[in-house]
Ligand binder design. Structure first.
Ligand code: NAI
Length: 327
């Protein structure tokens, strides 16, 4: 049987953690033949550490055959030791009266520390997925704080936006969500993201032609996908956790095991593709193979799309500027 791999998860006692860990341990992320060791990080706070103990008891009680070990940590340098995968879920949420700059600064503090810890102790091939918001900028901060690791190993989660877009298109067209191909979401994981179905197909047929309604695209589809997180908070009284955990599983599984030639959306540092400045962590269409992702290049960007991309890029550059002095 395969040698166990190490999977670090931060914010492990939180909502997303609770929806995520059991699926990683059951083999849904890295395959039903891949044993895993979970290295779980929570803040030192007694309540959080106790909650983490409870989650670990439940993990034990699932008796997952693939779960080769579980560790609880409060220090990132211990949690990230030799880790092959790091899912950075824990982040500082926006508190009452907190300004955007305060939020960025609080998260910059967390993600510089965690980036440095990864730089120091993680596997040199560690695959990092940042889920905690602001996800793209947190990934950017961690990447900048880990100069000895390949920048391309730092990614942010746009997959929930991608999956939300797919579900809206399935509902609109009456087709099966699993048949939608070549969909993507450009930019920031925020309401400015640009979900783009111009290249999407269902059983070889163009989704754009099928829908043929630019007003629906601009006035219904994009706002619905962009504000889906807020709609779920309004309905549930809590933020989306199970769907976020599901997207994290999808992102890591496809990165590790390959997308079989299909497009998926990942937030990844640009190398200048589509005029996005190098280093900015941006949602792009990618294909994945042998543990590597490749940005899909050469797509035509029309005037409407360019405008959308410019807007989400401007927001990301604003965030990068907002943390520059902290890096
Ligand atoms: P939560 O508040 O239930 O859990 C977060 C956990 O992280 C808490 O247990 C907290 O103690 C822990 N934590 C905070 N700072 C930490 C640190 N420095 N090290 C280790 N652990 C730390 O929140 P939830 O619902 O699990 O969401 C987590 C994050 O994911 C939030 O930032 C949320 O905005 C984000 N999110 C991102 C999505 C995306 O698509 N990229 C989608 C949904 C949520």
């Amino acid at each position: 049987s395969k040698k166990p791999v190490r999977v670090a998860v931060t914010g492990a006692a939180g909502q997303i953690g609770y929806a995520l860990l059991f699926r990683i341990a059951s083999g849904e992320m890295l395959g039903k033949d891949q044993p895993v060791i979970l290295q779980l990080l929570e803040i030192p706070d007694e309540r959080a550490q106790n909650a983490l103990k409870g989650v670990i008891m439940e993990l034990e009680d699932c008796a997952f055959p693939l779960l080769a070990g579980i560790e609880a940590h409060s220090n990132p340098e211990e949690a990230f030791k030799d880790t092959d995968y790091a899912l950075l879920v824990g982040a500082r949420p926006r508190g009452p009266g907190m300004e955007r700059a305060d939020l960025l600064a609080a998260n910059a503090a967390i993600f510089t520390v965690q980036g440095k810890a990864l730089n120091k102790v993680a596997s040199r091939n560690v695959k990092v997925l940042v889920v905690g918001n602001p996800a793209n900028t947190n990934a950017y901060i961690a990447m900048k704080s880990a100069p000895d690791l390949p920048a391309k190993n730092f990614t942010a989660m746009l997959r929930l936006d991608h999956n939300r877009a797919a579900s809206q298109i399935a509902a609109k067209t009456g087709k099966a969500v699993g048949d939608i191909k070549s969909l993507t979401v450009w930019g920031n994981h925020s309401p400015t993201m640009y979900a783009d179905y111009r290249f999407a197909t269902i059983n070889g047929e163009s989704v754009k032609d099928m829908i043929n309604d630019q007003v629906w695209n601009a006035e219904v589809f994009l706002p619905t996908v962009g504000k889906r997180g807020a709609a779920i908070i309004a309905a549930r009284g809590l933020s989306s956790a199970a769907s976020a955990a599901n997207a994290a599983i999808d992102h890591m599984r496809d990165w590790a095991l390959g997308s079989n030639g299909e497009w998926v959306t990942m937030g990844v540092p640009s190398n200048g593709e589509y005029g996005i400045p190098a280093g900015i962590v941006f949602g792009f269409p990618v294909t994945t193979e042998n543990g590597e992702y490749k940005i899909v290049e050469g797509l035509e960007i029309d005037a409407f799309s360019q405008e959308c991309i410019n807007k989400t890029l401007a927001e990301l550059q604003g965030e990068a500027d907002g943390v520059k002095h902290l890096l």
